[in-house]
Design a protein around this ligand. Structure first.
Ligand SMILES: NC(=O)C1=CN([C@@H]2O[C@H](COP(=O)(O)OP(=O)(O)OC[C@H]3O[C@@H](n4cnc5c(N)ncnc54)[C@H](O)[C@@H]3O)[C@@H](O)[C@H]2O)C=CC1
Ligand SMILES: O=C(CO)COP(=O)(O)O
Length: 338
């Protein structure tokens, strides 16, 4: 474990799944010393000896400045900036684990997409409840499949923060490569909601394609999907323009239309009559939209917001409704204006 090359401001990535590894590769490729922590010591050992994430990103060699750090305390002390990339269902657990190691100068950014399991709270609320308001916060979200990012293919993302200095410094570190662009804004709420709820709609697009519906149906789901995400976001106080950006329409189109998406593939299997558990076992990676459908549905109910697509997917996943009935229910809604 060499902690060398400290020439520029380092970053620590917490979460060594496909996306955490891809972001760590992107930062280190840009020349920043990067520390990657994963919760499974055996997995860390493999990353360290093989110098690649063979399971999720085969044949993409780790740059020299990417250090695997299996000790959480040491990983946190290695950098001022912490990037959290664990699945949403363990996000609160990770915040609790990092809390005792934090120093006043730390800054926290996350790329997790989702709402808190069971409560439907935004991840920002989870952070602020546990850590208060003393740390600068930011969120990264957008159309970024881990494999393409790690392969160095052109990618753009949104970064939202209320702390301009933090946003600009992060942007400079990500943006400086030739293939990774970052757009900043200050709408943390909108960026978080866009990233969380597109996964739900992507399950719907997958179900539609799995049932053999065509491009018209998929596109209608995307278009009405962004309408309902925006409706919820505006009711909660987000800027409607955010949903036309990378973390809204951008990520929604990506996830609804490309089979790299696990949420879409999950939906396709459901549409073909495969059970949710079998579909998830088959994917073998996190399918954020599965539980987040319930959280998004509950959030919409709490605020009295109409989200018909989310509601039908919720009924398919958690109330035993079959996909065909859900499609009929959507098509059979009362006539309305666009
Ligand atoms: N893979 C992708 O293309 C993208 C993923 N994301 C988001 O990134 C987040 C992470 O997803 P992936 O890396 O794709 O997941 P993944 O399924 O590839 O890996 C999940 C990782 O979480 C780790 N993990 C599980 N339980 C943990 C715990 N208790 N503590 C710490 N780590 C734990 C696992 O060891 C595994 O390494 C999700 O919210 C996802 O929506 C966002 C953009 C792109
Ligand atoms: O968020 C993603 C791309 O931006 C990844 O989507 P999936 O989690 O559906 O694979």
């Amino acid at each position: 474990m060499s902690h060398t090359h400290i020439t520029t401001s380092p970053i620590t990535v917490l979460g060594a799944g496909s996306y955490g590894s891809a972001l760590a590769i992107a930062f280190s490729r840009n020349g920043y010393p990067t520390y990657l922590w994963g919760h499974d010591p055996l997995h860390c050992e493999r990353l360290s000896t093989e110098r690649q994430n063979r399971q999720f990103l085969p044949d993409i060699a780790f740059p020299e400045s990417l250090n695997i750090e299996p000790d959480l305390g040491k990983a946190i002390q290695s950098a001022r900036d912490l990037l959290i990339v664990v699945p949403s269902h363990v996000f609160g657990e990770i915040i609790a684990k990092i809390k005792p190691h934090l120093r006043p100068e730390h800054r926290i950014v996350w790329a997790t997409k989702g709402l808190e399991r069971d409560t439907g709270r935004l991840l920002q609320e989870v952070v602020e409840e546990q850590l208060g308001n003393r740390y600068p916060l930011a969120v990264l979200s957008g159309p970024t499949f881990a494999k393409e990012l790690a392969a160095g293919l052109p990618t753009a993302i949104a970064l939202a923060s209320h702390n301009e200095q933090f946003a600009l410094e992060l942007q400079a570190r990500i943006h400086c490569s030739k293939h990774f662009r970052v757009y900043i804004n200050n709408d943390m709420l909108g960026v978080q909601l866009g990233g969380a709820i597109k996964n739900v709609i992507a399950i719907g697009a997958g179900i539609s394609d799995g049932m053999g519906f065509g491009a018209n149906a998929r596109t209608a789901l995307i278009t009405r999907g962004i309408a309902e995400i925006t409706r919820l976001g505006v009711a909660l106080g987000a800027n409607p323009n955010t949903f036309m950006g990378m973390s809204g329409l951008g990520d929604l189109v990506l996830t609804c239309t490309d089979n790299q998406s696990r949420n879409r593939r999950f939906g396709m299997m459901l549409g073909q009559g495969i059970t949710a558990q079998t579909a998830m076992d088959n994917i073998g990676q996190v399918v954020e939209g599965y539980h987040n459908t319930r959280e998004a549905y509950l959030l919409a109910q709490r605020y009295g917001i109409e989200m018909p697509i989310t509601e039908q997917i919720y009924q398919v996943l958690f109330c035993g409704k079959n996909a065909k009935e859900a499609a009929v229910a959507l098509l059979g809604r009362e006539k309305k204006e666009e």
